[in-house]
Design a protein around this ligand. Structure first.
Ligand code: C5P
Length: 285
């Protein structure tokens, strides 16, 4: 039996740079993992089947689950005859923009590589990951990175020390596919991801927070005005930055002061408008 953690990610910046022939979009992103994770436990079972268990009511345990799909794909590709039982202890909010499902799939790829001594290269794992979803390659890497293409080109960046992240998850399910279906690249406001990248390379936190942006915010905010209201509420407490992660609806605020982070959580925990869950975590090193 082995355990593998699956960390949640946030987008410190996200730009949509073009529409591709295959229907996906080319993106330019700064991605970071946070200290919020699902715990996955893997066990080889004698009968040749895939068994996924999870107590979270919104997580399917059949072939719709990316963990199930990752196992099936790797069993086929590497001729694995044993069965596998996986338990997902879910802590990352689902359909939130935090890549919970993608990170579970990435953890599965890493775990199967270890469990069956496959000795896969990082590139081979990325290739399997991209087949399952655009965020999976990044989740296999799991550290601060500049990410382009559909999500498969990963350029490592240095991590930032002492950054506290207040994650605010409004109780709304947002479909990534739906948000992207409304994208018109020339009508979006494009943040300067290059400036965010340059700031991170210099270890300059204040310069980074000044340039952060997410091109998908206006689309999600127009479809779900309560998310815009929530962002305004968070911004009124003046954290260093507040931004939507991915296609939303989860927002996050940044600060270098852990006391401020806890105070912000206390204020946001007071019911006001859309129901929300608030976590205080650190940017993962
Ligand atoms: O790859 P994934 O299944 O996570 O993507 C979900 C949906 O988001 C895709 O079907 C696509 O509509 C959209 N998407 C996109 N361009 C990307 C990533 C996702 O258009 N780079």
């Amino acid at each position: 039996m082995i355990k593998e953690p699956a960390y949640a990610k946030i987008n410190l910046s996200l730009d949509v740079v073009g529409k591709r022939e295959d229907g996906y979009h080319d993106l330019e992103m700064i991605m970071a993992s946070i200290d919020l994770y699902d715990d996955l436990t893997f066990q080889i079972i004698p009968e040749n089947r895939i068994r996924v268990t999870c107590e979270h009511p919104q997580v399917p345990t059949d072939e719709r689950n990316l963990v199930y799909q990752a196992i099936r794909l790797m069993k086929d590709r590497y001729h694995i005859r044993e069965g596998l039982a996986v338990h997902i202890d879910k802590r990352i909010p689902v359909t939130a923009g935090l890549a919970g499902g993608s990170s579970d799939a990435a953890a599965t790829i890493r775990a199967i590589n270890r469990l069956f001594d496959l000795n896969l290269t990082f590139e081979e794992m990325l290739d399997i990951g991209l087949y399952l979803g655009s965020d999976v390659p990044y989740c296999i890497y799991g550290r601060m990175a500049y990410v382009t293409g559909r999500g498969e080109n990963i350029e490592p960046l240095p991590s930032l020390e002492n950054v506290w992240v207040v994650v605010i998850h409004p109780d709304i399910a947002v479909s990534t596919k739906e948000i992207f279906s409304h994208v018109k690249v020339d009508q979006l406001a494009h943040p300067s991801v290059q400036q965010v990248k340059a700031a991170i390379l210099k270890g300059n936190y204040s310069e980074m927070v000044r340039h952060m942006g997410n091109a998908l915010e206006t689309i999600t905010f127009n479809l779900y005005p309560e998310v815009r209201q929530l962002k305004d509420e968070v911004a009124s407490y003046q954290p260093d930055a507040v931004l939507m992660s991915g296609s939303g609806p989860t927002l996050f605020a940044l600060t270098q002061d852990p006391t401020f982070a806890e105070q912000l959580k206390e204020k946001l925990d007071i019911p006001n408008g859309v129901k929300r869950t608030v976590f205080v975590v650190k940017l993962k090193r």
